[in-house]
Write a protein that binds this ligand. Structure first.
Ligand code: PLP
Length: 495
């Protein structure tokens, strides 16, 4: 069986400003039944002097325009999307049904608590479920992304230290952590101190101890550790590492973005971590949505509870409310209560799966990644001598030396075989990294097809390197100058 190749009809499509005709409209407005206002006379200099130049199109024209553009794109609903670290999980359609229940969909965020009991209860129940999964005591759903969860968790750690009259600045971070970890420290006015990568990809207590002795004095704010880490490895020495940090008065922040690998098997709270974030879009099947709408709840132990953001969803008897009377809180971190539509979707997924279902999802995520690794490790370089968890890291560094074909070329060529690329060049500690995360819902057949494509590209690189270097060949838009697109973006349409 071969992978579904990208074939079929794709339309070229101009910008929508080049479609339509003057006076054409996609909406029928009611006749004007109020006095007309002369905007220029009424608003003077504030009034717009020239036409806005908006496209005037019919509804079918607008609909087709966006549908055609969407068909140029790659999405999890059409094929495997093994983007390691991002966990492009399938989004079950029942989540969408639940998120569209009118009582949830149309609720105004400023509805008084007494009239929003159902929504508050969903938030409360979701928080309880996330505490159960993470082994923590309490949860704030507010952060809008994993990275914002990190910021919030670190702010809570700082507030905790400050409440005790200390203001330590150093946060120890293993090199195998996600790149957002040191960035969140800097944003918080904290100093990230690197713990070097080790040969087996694990963080060892001896290395943490050495870094503590070398760097800290009495300045230990805490440790920030991604688990499973960005090499796809479970940090098995965590209990000893946590103890070292606690003994120095520090707190342990767990980057729980990779919870998809461990749900039902291991809980950060049980190994002594103080605070973690979880990305609902990576573990609990909410959409990534092109960089948003994300959701990165933070879960934490009791001693951090007073510092959590407000408002806090609380249960009082049978009623639910938003509590803002928290004098030690770090305050508001976003508007209203968080990304509510994502809460409904995540809660639906959790109820649909139940505890055993979530546990099985993690087992299958790991099984699929190990299967992909076992099939590819003899064809690409295997830099981590450990069985992987939910994602595996391989490298094509040797292929580049032999053929001149670079990691980005392999990534682009995969599109011609009908697959989105794995994450490339990350983690930074592995030259030529290809980080593959199939996720739990992919079948063995699909993974076999992906493996076959990877092996075929390696053979092409030896036989016809130009073919790979100039890929993709089958997509509507070919190879883009990505650096230029990022540095000199043209975001405005002009004739
Ligand atoms: C390990 C890890 N930490 C943090 C993040 C940041 O999360 P977000 O993209 O939601 O800000 C990610 C994102 O994929 C991640 O994989």
């Amino acid at each position: 069986m071969s992978a579904p190749q990208p074939r079929g009809i794709q339309f070229s499509e101009p910008p929508i400003f080049e479609r339509g005709a003057p006076g054409r409209s996609g909406a029928s407005l009611a006749e004007l039944d109020v006095p007309a206002v002369d905007v220029a006379a009424r608003f003077g200099a504030l009034a717009r002097r020239e036409e806005a130049g908006l496209p005037e199109v019919s509804e079918p024209e607008a609909f087709r325009h966006f549908l055609r553009l969407s068909q140029w794109n790659f999405c999890i609903d059409s094929q495997l999307y093994p983007l390691g670290s991002c966990t492009m999980k399938y989004n079950p359609k029942v989540n969408e049904w639940a998120a569209r229940i009118p009582g949830f969909l149309h609720l105004h965020p400023q509805t008084p608590d007494a009239l929003a009991q159902g929504s508050l209860e969903v938030m409360w129940r979701l928080s309880e479920a996330l505490c159960e999964v993470s082994g923590m005591d309490a949860c704030s759903l507010q952060p809008s992304a994993g990275a914002q969860g990190e910021l919030v968790g670190l702010m809570m750690m700082r507030a905790y230290h400050e409440a005790q009259g200390r203001s330590p600045k150093k946060v120890f971070i293993p090199e195998s952590a996600h790149g957002t970890n040191p960035a969140s420290c800097s944003l918080n006015g904290l100093t990230a101190v690197k713990i070097e990568k080790t040969a087996d990809g694990l963080t060892h207590p001896e290395d943490v101890l050495r870094a503590l002795e070398r760097e800290s004095g009495d300045d230990v704010c805490g440790l920030m550790i991604t688990n499973p880490n960005t090499l796809g490895v479970y940090e098995r020495y965590l209990p000893a590492i946590v103890k070292l940090i606690h003994d120095k008065g520090g707190l342990v922040y767990g980057d729980g973005a990779n919870t998809n690998a461990i749900m039902g098997w291991a809980r950060p709270g049980d190994v002594g971590m103080d605070v973690i974030h979880i990305n609902l879009h990576k573990t609990f099947t909410t959409p990534h949505g092109g960089g948003g709408p994300g959701s990165g709840p933070v879960c934490f132990k009791k001693h951090l509870e007073p510092f959590q953001p407000t408002p806090v969803v609380v249960r009082r008897g049978d009623a639910f409310a938003l509590d803002t009377d928290r004098p030690q809180s770090i305050g508001r971190v976003r508007a209203f209560t968080g990304n509510f539509g994502m809460f409904i979707r995540a809660y639906t997924y959790i109820r649909e799966m139940g505890g055993p279902g979530l546990t099985q999802a993690s087992a299958l995520a790991v099984l699929n990644a190990r299967y992909a690794w076992s099939q590819l490790k003899d064809h690409y370089t295997d830099p981590v001598p450990q069985p992987c968890m939910h994602e595996c890291v391989l490298s094509d560094h040797d292929l580049e030396k032999e053929t001149g074909v670079r990691t980005l070329d392999v990534a682009k060529r995969l599109l011609d075989y009908g697959f989105h690329s794995p994450t490339v060049y990350f983690p930074l500690v592995v030259p030529g990294a290809l980080m593959i995360e199939p996720t739990e819902t992919e079948t063995k057949e699909t993974i076999d097809e992906f493996v076959a494509a990877m092996i075929a590209i390696k053979e092409e690189a030896h036989r016809d390197p130009e073919l790979v270097k100039t890929a993709p060949h089958s997509t509507v838009v070919g190879r883009l100058d990505e650096a230029r697109a990022a540095r000199q973006p043209r975001l405005r349409w002009s004739k």
